[in-house]
Design a protein around this ligand. Structure first.
Ligand SMILES: [Zn+2]
Length: 166
């Protein structure tokens, strides 16, 4: 019931408003920080996510800065920014979802009764996708490449998949 009300709050158009909220992922203890910006006029809804890979700090900061700087008066429609999606990964400095070690980007569309990464993906595909016109997923700036002098686990996994499919 609490989740349903929160989701309704996000999509209910309130002209020229910026709202900070937490989106609870069903079946987990995770809550994703989000900013919802309703513009001066009703219009399409756009979803922007960052931190699917939680060690990509540049993308997360870009999402946070956009959420702070975007003036509702300059917007038509609704912009929903999640910064970051992979909250526990950010806390533990890993791009993967630490609860199950999975690459969130690889488990879509997810499962309602799956592992933590699968439940996060399912929340996005089942609760958000049906309402939005456009989805922008921010990636890049992986800190662990520079800190450890080698590729991070998400990049290595991506290369493995490419080699297998080649
Ligand atoms: Zn990434």
């Amino acid at each position: 019931m609490e989740r349903d009300r929160a989701m309704l709050d996000i999509f209910e158009f309130k002209s020229c408003t910026r709202t900070e909220t937490l989106l609870a992922v069903p079946g987990t203890d995770l809550k994703m920080p989000a900013t919802v910006i309703h513009g001066a006029h009703p219009g399409e809804k756009i979803l922007i996510t960052s931190g699917i890979h939680a060690a990509e700090y540049v993308a997360i900061v870009a999402g946070m800065e956009l959420a702070r700087r975007l003036d509702p008066a300059d917007v038509s429609g609704t912009v929903i920014i999640i910064h970051p999606v992979n909250v526990s990964g950010l806390i533990r400095h890993t791009s993967l979802v630490p609860e199950d070690g999975k690459n969130l980007n690889s488990v879509y569309p997810g499962k309602p009764d799956g592992t933590t990464a699968e439940r996060i993906a399912w929340f996005i595909t089942s609760e958000l996708y049906p309402h939005i016109y456009c989805y922008i997923d921010l990636h890049g700036g992986c800190q662990c490449v520079f800190r450890r002098g080698r590729q991070c686990s998400c990049r290595r996994g991506y290369l493995r998949r490419r080699h297998r499919s080649a």
